[in-house]
Design a protein around this ligand. Structure first.
Ligand SMILES: Nc1ncnc2c1ncn2[C@@H]1O[C@H](COP(=O)(O)OP(=O)(O)O)[C@@H](O)[C@H]1O
Ligand SMILES: [Mg+2]
Length: 218
């Protein structure tokens, strides 16, 4: 049974789809069998997927709240990792996608609204877990992040004070993200490539991902 990772936050534009793009491309390049479910009616991931160039990724779209759980669990029978890109917690499908996840990743960007929404999203994940009488592991992933920035440091203080689990690895503010959305090529080298690989390694170390497979696609 593969691991289901749902990317979610109530905040629009906080890097959910970008995270799904770089994680899926990096995981595929490391030899994982990866399926992505685009659960956002805007189908941003799916539109990008049509441009995607790299080792195979399976991609399907499912926005129906009554279907997303079956869809994710069926994919998890055939793939090592199932990533679900959501439209955020304003949307019931995202709630079901979080409910069936092994791990929820909540991206945050360096602005107050994004941090407040990350905290609210974390409480929602905890509530979905309680509803199903289990704990759903979740992690905050910082994107467009400069760890020395004043705003960033204040936000980290707030997130830590709220007891939220921050991933150590963050994604810097990089123009590569804009290029990625146009080219469909996930950089495996350079700063973004390195940060994405370190993010994967950290997800492996906290058991959100299975170990890197022996077979490697690239
Ligand atoms: N680390 C980053 N550096 C620079 N731009 C980023 C970064 N992360 C995301 N972006 C940009 O932010 C915008 C919103 O990201 P997106 O992934 O579409 O958010 P969401 O899916 O949460 O609505 C996109 O234009 C994306 O390229
Ligand atoms: Mg999106």
């Amino acid at each position: 049974m593969g691991q289901i990772i749902t990317v979610a936050s109530g905040k629009g534009g906080c890097a959910k789809t970008s995270l799904a793009m770089i994680l899926s491309g990096t995981l595929a390049s490391e030899g994982y069998q990866v399926a992505v479910i685009d659960a956002d009616p805007n189908t941003c991931y799916f539109q990008w997927y049509k441009l995607y160039e790299g080792p195979a990724i399976d991609c399907s779209c499912e926005i129906r709240q009554e279907e997303i759980v079956d869809c994710a669990q069926a994919k998890a029978l055939d793939f090592e990792v199932v990533l679900i890109d959501t439209a955020g917690f304003g949307n019931t499908t995202a709630a079901f996608a979080a409910g069936t996840a092994d791990t929820v990743l909540i991206p945050v960007m360096p602005d107050r609204a994004s941090a407040v929404e990350a905290m609210r999203s974390a409480r929602q994940v905890q509530a979905f877990g309680k509803a199903g009488r289990r704990e759903i592991p979740f992690r905050i992933v910082r994107s467009r992040w400069n760890p020395r920035g004043l705003v960033e440091r204040a936000i980290v203080g707030d997130l830590m004070a709220a007891g939220l689990p921050l991933m150590e690895q963050y994604l810097s503010d990089l123009s590569d993200f804009g290029k990625l959305s146009l080219s469909g090529k996930v950089p495996l080298r350079g700063k973004l490539g390195t940060q994405a690989r370190l993010l994967v390694a950290e997800l492996v170390s906290c058991a959100a991902l299975p170990p890197v497979p022996a077979r490697r696609a690239a």
